[in-house]
Design a protein around this ligand. Structure first.
Ligand code: HEC
Length: 300
């Protein structure tokens, strides 16, 4: 192996010098990976128009996870598929939101240009990226009280969840801007109702309209309100409501195979045993042929 290499490169001093040169320049390139950007002054002064709140941070994270995470890494350390710089360094956090915005729109090298993306999404992503550098707070569990109310007075069915947080002095205060997802309990996967973008208001209250015609045993449904915030305990509540419809009776509802045989219609029985019989006959026929072949002595 080494002999082969020697033959390829030769023991020529010039070649070895050239190789050393190439390797060292690669090393230098790697260390000055990201030269500074030329951000225009106007871009630098551009202000982030959105407010820092949970809704925007959630949206920013969703967008980051979808469009940026692959390269920049889940925590913005630049450790994704493409080396892309660290979002938690002083050099990065020291710049204005406007400068970051400009860079994202501009792109450079392997960093794509995001000019085609809605500006709000970019600002939300920037707001989220800023939190990656902040030291993670240790979140203490907050005691929550959840109440679910069902209201049918206005011909429309409304579910309201109210979330209260127990303060240190034991008082209850409305928990604002908590994301709440509503589900109807189902055997395999719970059914999300009212979309996935519901937040409590200043009174800690959030309402969604209830879908019509959901089947349930005797019309009864288990409705869950789940807090999408791991800082609360408990994180959800389930209540029963009779807003469903009795399971629809299909034309063959009590005539299915796994039900009592008495109800199986004749045509179904005939076709079922017909198929089984057909298969048995086919197998018997093949066996018969094999026996015939043996008798004839073919293959001996
Ligand atoms: C295909 C990989 C890739 C994707 C996807 C990507 N980036 Fe980048 N990003 C890079 C690379 C590589 C650089 C370094 C470019 C340079 O400095 O030449 C970079 C640089 C940046 C910078 C400049 C960092 C600095 O030092 O100021 C920002 C800001 C940035 N990306 C944000 C984003 C955001 C936000 C998204 C998602 C909307 C995103 N990037 C998606 C690869 C990517």
């Amino acid at each position: 192996m080494i002999k082969k290499l020697r033959i390829m490169i030769g023991t020529n001093k010039k070649n070895i010098l050239a190789l050393t040169f190439i390797f060292s320049s690669l090393l230098v390139l790697a260390s000055t990976q990201f030269p500074p950007w030329d951000v225009p002054v106007e871009a630098n002064d551009l202000e982030n128009p959105i407010t820092v709140d949970k809704k925007n941070l959630d949206a920013g994270k969703a967008f980051f996870d979808l469009s940026c995470k692959a390269c920049h890494g889940a925590t913005g350390l630049g450790d994704g598929a493409v080396p892309s710089g660290d979002f938690t360094t002083k050099a990065f956090t020291g710049q204005t939101d406007g400068a970051i915005f400009w860079k994202i729109q501009q792109g450079r090298g392997l960093m794509p240009s995001f000019k085609a993306v809605q500006e709000t999404s970019l600002w939300q992503a920037i707001t989220y990226i800023r939190t990656l550098a902040a030291p993670q707070e240790i979140v203490a569990m907050k005691n929550a009280t959840i109440v679910i109310e069902f209201d049918e007075s206005n011909s429309k069915k409304l579910i309201t969840a109210k979330v209260y947080e127990t303060l240190e002095n034991g008082e209850q205060a409305p928990a604002k801007e908590v994301k709440v997802n509503f589900f109807i309990k189902r055997y395999f996967a719970d059914m999300l109702i009212g979309g996935s973008n519901n937040y409590t208001d200043d009174n800690g209250s959030v309402s969604i309209s209830f879908p019509e015609g959901v089947p349930g045993k005797e019309g009864k449904l288990q409705v869950m309100a789940k807090l999408d915030d791991s800082g609360f305990n408990p994180a959800g509540l389930t209540e029963e409501v009779a807003w469903g419809v009795e399971k629809a009776a299909y034309w063959n509802d009590d005539r299915q195979l796994w039900k009592n045989n008495d109800f199986v219609p004749l045509w179904l029985l005939i076709s079922f045993f017909g198929v089984i019989g057909g298969i048995l006959i086919a197998i018997l026929y093949v066996l018969l042929q094999v026996v015939k072949i043996r008798k004839l002595g073919v293959g001996r």
